[in-house]
Design a protein around this ligand. Structure first.
Ligand SMILES: [Zn+2]
Length: 196
């Protein structure tokens, strides 16, 4: 049999090719070796995952694999590569629910405000939102950021209870409570790029 090349592309795509094998032969090779190929794909995906890092409270943790649910020690996060996304989403959600409600209450009291409902929604880009019904929504992924950044996001959303826009007075309200908000906003933007 002629040589068939298995190559990795775009970090997690497998590409099979061979110079002198027909498409038909290649397809039957794939059929016959399906289990093995899928196994290789899994390994490759897992290997690349170990290269990236896991963020929690503005600290990057090394990723190591194990077959159980996610756990964290001082430098490393252990997670199951096949459930990585699911388990880390659960982790951020759990941390968000444990930490954020008290923090939101702390700031609403300090700012003399009241809100209606607080909910959590995992999102790729948006850290939080606030609507005219005075409902606040926060993104659990903000647990990847520092305490300071988290406070800024909370104060930002709560300030929308006063001003439903990003006007000058809105930012004056934010600045009353987070004097250094411009720099914090920049840090969040810079970190967001790394996280995506
Ligand atoms: Zn806003």
């Amino acid at each position: 049999m002629r040589r068939i090349i298995l190559r990795i592309e775009n970090k997690n795509e497998l590409r099979l090719s061979s110079a002198r094998v027909s498409k038909k032969q290649l397809l039957s090779f794939i059929q016959e070796n399906k289990v093995w190929i899928l196994e290789q794909h899994k390994n490759i995906k897992a290997a690349f995952l170990e290269d990236t890092s896991f963020y929690y409270l503005n600290k990057a943790y090394k990723i190591k694999h194990h077959n159980e649910s996610l756990c964290l020690d001082t430098e490393t996060v252990y997670l199951n590569p096949l459930r990585a996304k699911q388990h880390s989403d659960m982790f951020y959600r759990k941390c968000a629910k444990a930490y954020l409600p008290d923090r939101v209450d702390f700031w609403t009291k300090k700012m003399g405000l009241e809100y209606n409902r607080l909910s959590f929604r995992l999102a790729k880009k948006r850290w939080g939102s606030c609507n005219t019904k005075r409902n606040i929504s926060l993104n659990p992924y903000m647990m990847k950021l520092s305490y300071e950044m988290i406070d800024y996001i909370i104060v930002h959303e709560l300030s929308h209870l006063r001003h439903m826009n990003h006007s000058k007075v809105f930012y004056e309200c934010v600045q009353n409570y987070i004097p250094d908000y411009i720099n914090i906003e920049k840090e969040i933007k810079a970190l967001s790029l790394k996280l995506n």
